[in-house]
Write a protein that binds this ligand. Structure first.
Ligand code: FES
Length: 148
């Protein structure tokens, strides 16, 4: 049975925003899903605590591309504390949903943003909780149901 994707998902899959890399990035986050082998890398340019630029590269499925594209739009221009609160549910909602078996792909997008923010703290010797919020955490890797 064919899966149903929203127009918004198809748009971000066909015309992904902010694809590429930032050569002098202030932070890079790389995450992967061990089961399906998909990899995502997120580059951030940060000035005075604001995400000035963001680019991503993904070696992954269409849903991984669409969700990371959407995630970059959602965090660009935000301060890092707000960006650290990005959830995969929020990304999925703003894409008007994803098939259930593809939800784990959106987790990869959330993890990549958070891994990059963590990298920023490490590189600048910043206290993670103070910089990104007391409740900052990176979700555990989700099982890739569709890749078994
Ligand atoms: Fe999409 Fe694994 S991240 S299939």
């Amino acid at each position: 049975m064919a899966m149903e994707y929203s127009e918004e998902v198809m748009d971000h899959f066909m015309n992904p925003r902010n694809v590429g890399e930032i050569e002098d990035a202030d932070a890079i986050g790389e995450v992967g899903n061990a089961k399906c082998g998909d990899i995502m890398r997120m580059y951030l340019k940060i000035e005075n605590g604001i995400i000035k630029d963001v680019k991503f590269k993904t070696f992954g499925c269409g849903s991984a591309i669409a969700t990371s594209s959407k995630a970059t739009e959602m965090i660009k221009g935000k301060n890092i504390k707000d960006a650290a609160r990005l959830t995969n549910q929020a990304v999925v909602e703003s894409l008007n949903g994803l098939p259930k078996v593809k939800i784990h792909c959106s987790v990869l997008a959330e993890q990549a943003v958070k891994a990059a923010l963590l990298d920023y703290c490490k590189k600048n010797n910043l206290d993670v909780k103070k910089t990104l919020g007391e409740d900052f955490n990176i979700k555990n890797e989700h099982e890739c149901e569709s890749c078994e």
